[in-house]
Design a protein around this ligand. Structure first.
Ligand SMILES: [Zn+2]
Length: 323
């Protein structure tokens, strides 16, 4: 039984990585098609609403507490290859939140980096070791200083290992994005890895988006470049992220901008400026990446506002199933 005292409110289910035995290798938190079947069964098909139904009931304030919808972030092809056929089998129409720089051939290298981490090293810890070797930083001191934060993050994101959390902290807090990029490109070179060769298999293109829409899935915003920390951008930069995103998506889908009314926050990152921007763009439903209240973001309760609807991570559900 999926629903319990901790998730007794409507929310989204957040899917990211899927793996198969072909191109899409197993990576941290990824699930395969059997896991996906299990998740649908565990939640109960009757509790999973189609995206448009979820949205309409939400709008009319008629959404029951034990209802969820499925959401897919990050414009990644593994979702199309592995999850979509099963969605179609069960006729579960879902939200796909798309960041658009990839459509213009300039992905946030996030997925490329992930692909590299999981395909070019014996296991993830070998990658972390080599990554740290390429840094000119005192990591012992950094980890010591962040001991408490690491503990807190482990509680907040139990599906990450301590090593995963440390790496993310180094990547997101210790390094600036240029430093991170330069270390990664050094590592790419040492392994003769050419990212562009992989784009076709890693990312969705315009045709995929048109196909998803035709099938009845809803396409929503996820920023243009998928910044790690959108809230650190200025108001103008944030506005640019979402305006570009909505312009490109509406033009690909040949719809009016105001028909796109849904979004999810990339990396769960937003501030009050972001919410204003989204509101002005006519967004009526926005998803977070958490099932808990973040007081530091001014949240007073779960599903705090129409732009702060909770989501459960798929790997969290796998943990519940495997308990
Ligand atoms: Zn994302």
């Amino acid at each position: 039984m999926y629903f319990n005292s901790k998730n007794n409110f409507y929310h989204g289910i957040m899917f990211h990585q899927f793996h198969d035995n072909n191109f899409h290798k197993k990576s941290d938190g990824s699930i395969d098609k059997d896991d996906f079947y299990k998740i649908i069964k565990y939640i109960g098909r009757e509790n999973i609403l189609n995206a448009d139904d979820f949205f309409n009931r939400f709008r009319q304030n008629k959404l029951d507490s034990k209802k969820v919808c499925f959401t897919f972030d990050d414009s990644i092809k593994c979702q199309y290859d592995i999850a979509l056929p099963i969605l179609e089998e069960f006729k579960i129409k879902s939200f796909f939140f798309i960041y658009t720089s990839i459509i213009e051939g300039e992905p946030d290298l996030l997925e490329v980096y992930r692909y590299f981490r999981f395909n070019y090293f014996k296991n993830i810890n070998y990658f972390y070791d080599e990554f740290y070797k390429n840094l000119d930083k005192n990591l012992t001191e950094f980890f010591k200083k962040n001991e408490q934060i690491i503990k807190e993050k482990k509680l907040k994101f139990p599906f990450y290992s301590i090593e995963d959390i440390k790496f993310r902290l180094v990547r997101d807090e210790l390094l600036n994005s240029e430093e991170y990029k330069s270390v990664m490109s050094k590592m790419f070179e040492s392994k003769n890895f050419i990212p562009k060769d992989k784009y076709k298999n890693l990312f969705l293109n315009s045709e995929h988006l048109i196909e998803l829409k035709k099938l009845g899935h809803l396409i929503g915003l996820h920023s243009h470049t998928h910044p790690m920390s959108l809230e650190k951008l200025t108001l103008d930069q944030q506005l640019n992220e979402y305006e570009k995103n909505i312009n490109i998506l509406s033009s690909i889908l040949k719809i009016n901008k105001n028909e796109i009314k849904f979004m999810s926050h990339p990396c769960g990152s937003y501030d009050s400026n972001t919410l204003k921007i989204l509101n002005n763009l006519g967004i009526e439903l926005g998803f977070k990446q958490l099932m808990t209240v973040e007081p530091e973001k001014g949240m007073k309760k779960i599903n705090n506002s129409f732009l702060e609807i909770a989501r459960q991570d798929h790997s969290q559900i796998m943990n519940m199933i495997n308990k």
